[in-house]
Ligand binder design. Structure first.
Ligand code: TXA
Ligand code: MG
Length: 330
């Protein structure tokens, strides 16, 4: 299959781009599109065979449910039941935006593979003009995980999607770099207090201002992960990633140590390390693109500098912990 990329934002034939994408989705194909977080790999969420193509293209385990994208709160309401006041407050405060709400799905609405057989569904309204226009014209909910090969960093550029999905899907809508760079916050509204299953740009504090106390699933000890996706390897470049405390002297020593073994090292951090073979700044916007670049360069080990007591960047810390499989450099 040939994979076509259409640049949407600077395209004079924008209308035609959307109608092509809408036609493909309606006929059961998979189309990649930009959102404000990362690129998504979309199929009509009520079409079992179309959704199955997403799992195949990504190599995604079938017990990991997908996020459903809709164009508005009103549309979302048609697909979920038992909506609490808190859930509605979150929709009003954060949609369109990078907050996925886990709600009870209306029975027999979504294809079974979207929810991986659960009675709940993750749903959000993306804050991106291309995604919103596509959903408005399609008039159907779109199931879309991040558009990467399973286990790899999520795509923040159409090139990343093309790299992973070339010859596997017919169309990529190119809307440029995604603004946020990491996936949405996932908030489970089916428990009390509501629980953050995946941290993201929308923070615990911002949510608590709207609905009062919420919990972080990582703080609930001894619980099996409730978000099925959290148990799989994620965001992993080919070279091993190790976490290291953000301490200039410690990092310099680690670089020397790796060099003494005749190996090359890349450092991701808020500071410059000119002695490292490669040196990437660390931010949500650039994280996945830097991890992907590590696959293009000659590097044996990647050090990701984190400050273990910094509460601010828990979303980035969460992604780095997964990329490193929680290994610390020692
Ligand atoms: O920003 C995003 O959320 C992107 C863009 C494309 O919207 N999408 C995304 O989808 O990151 P994905 O499939 O890569 O991640 C979905 C996460 C997984 O961790 C999955 O386990 C969880 O949401 N999830 C989905 N439905 C769920 C449910 N019913 N209950 C618990 N967790 C759920
Ligand atoms: Mg993903």
């Amino acid at each position: 299959m040939e994979t076509k990329t259409i640049l949407v934002d600077k395209n004079e034939n924008v209308e035609k781009s959307y109608s092509q994408a809408v036609e493909m989705l309606r006929s059961g194909e998979v189309v990649a599109f930009p959102t404000e977080t990362v690129y998504g790999l979309g199929a009509v969420a009520t079409d079992l065979e179309a959704v199955d193509k997403i799992f195949k293209a990504k190599g995604r385990p079938s017990d990991n449910p997908l996020i459903v994208h809709v164009d508005s709160k009103e549309t979302a309401m048609e697909y979920v039941v038992n909506i609490t006041q808190k859930a509605e407050k979150c929709m009003d405060a954060f949609w369109p935006g990078a907050l996925t709400l886990i709600l009870t799905a209306k029975p027999d609405t979504f294809a079974a593979n979207v929810t991986a057989g659960l009675d709940t569904v993750g749903i959000r309204v993306p804050d991106h003009p291309v995604a919103l226009e596509l959903l408005k014209q399609l008039k159907k909910p779109v199931a879309a995980p991040s558009a990467n090969t399973s286990g790899k960093p999520s795509p923040t550029l159409a090139e990343h999607v093309f790299h992973d999905m070339n010859s596997k899907i017919p169309l990529v809508l190119d809307g440029g770099a995604t603004a946020i760079g990491i996936e949405s916050t996932v908030l489970d509204m089916t428990c009390e207090p509501p629980c953050i299953l995946r941290p993201g740009q929308v923070t615990k504090e911002q949510i608590e201002e709207v609905i009062g106390m919420v919990r972080l699933s990582s703080d609930i000890k001894g619980n099996a992960p409730k978000s099925p996706g959290m148990k799989y390897t994620h965001y992993a470049p080919e070279a091993p990633v190790y976490l290291i405390e953000e301490d200039a002297r410690l990092i310099e020593m680690a670089i020397d140590h790796v060099h003494n073994e005749g190996k090359k090292v890349a450092v991701l951090s808020h500071h410059d390390f000119p002695n490292a073979d490669f040196d990437f700044p660390l931010s949500a916007e650039t994280l996945y693109s830097s991890l992907r670049k590590c696959d293009m360069i000659d590097v044996n080990i990647i050090l990701a500098a984190v400050s273990s007591d910094k509460q601010k960047d828990i979303a980035v810390l969460n992604r780095l912990e997964k990329a490193a499989d929680h290994k610390w450099f020692s």
